[in-house]
Design a protein around this ligand. Structure first.
Ligand code: MN
Length: 216
């Protein structure tokens, strides 16, 4: 009996999604994104999505699935899984596409794909910034890649993302910007455009290019 209970307990530990650690300190993105916002965002908001995702899948066959598979096959009427699975995935991507140095420039195949779709980097930046600024209320702006390498900018509400079925944009997200107020309000208050501009100073293009190469 003890062995059976231990086995179940271990299985739950092994299968649960874990809050990913940041590759940098909470204050590493200052002055663009402040340490207090980063700490609350990661340790409270993202942690909450992670725990609620684990609760939503507990005891179901989803416990053995990847987050990408869970979101791709999602029943969009399952609000708990949609919000928390999306929240878990979106923030995991978000932390990884930012870089404390903030000096890495876009290059290579991704640069070519962006120039093909938008003409110039500034035009791409304008399209991405507009998607982020005009997403009403809470949501995300994305740069996605389709099979074949075509890139596309779009936005989604709440914690939706392009992996989910029936969402207005599709493809694999390779760059994401959180435009929920919790992502910027402490430092920027209502000035979402300033926060969007600041984001471009901390994008980790090396990571975005890596994700492009894998997904194209
Ligand atoms: Mn967030």
């Amino acid at each position: 009996m003890i062995i059976v209970d231990l086995g179940k307990h271990l299985k739950q530990i092994l299968m649960a999604f874990e809050l990913p650690q940041l590759n940098y300190a909470y204050d590493a993105l200052e002055p663009h994104i402040d340490a207090r916002t980063m700490e609350i965002h990661h340790s409270k908001h993202h942690n909450g999505y992670t725990n609620n995702l684990n609760t939503a899948i507990a005891g179901t066959d989803l416990e053995t699935k990847s987050i990408e598979t869970i979101l791709g096959d999602l029943d969009m009427s399952n609000k708990a899984l949609r919000n928390n699975g999306g929240g878990f995935y979106n923030h995991s991507l978000f932390w990884n596409v930012m870089n404390p140095e903030g000096k890495e420039a876009l290059s290579g195949e991704l640069k070519d794909a962006i120039l093909l779709a938008y003409g110039t980097f500034e035009d791409f930046k304008s399209a991405f910034s507009k998607a982020a600024a005009t997403q009403f209320g809470s949501g995300w702006a994305w740069l996605c890649v389709h099979k074949g390498g075509k890139v596309e900018v779009c936005s989604t509400p709440n914690q939706d993302n392009p992996l989910m079925p029936g969402v207005s944009c599709s493809g694999t997200p390779i760059l994401g910007l959180d435009v929920w107020e919790h992502a910027y309000y402490l430092n920027y208050q209502n000035r979402r455009p300033d926060y969007i501009e600041a984001f471009f100073s901390v994008i980790n293009w090396t990571e975005v290019e890596k994700r492009f190469s894998v997904a194209k």
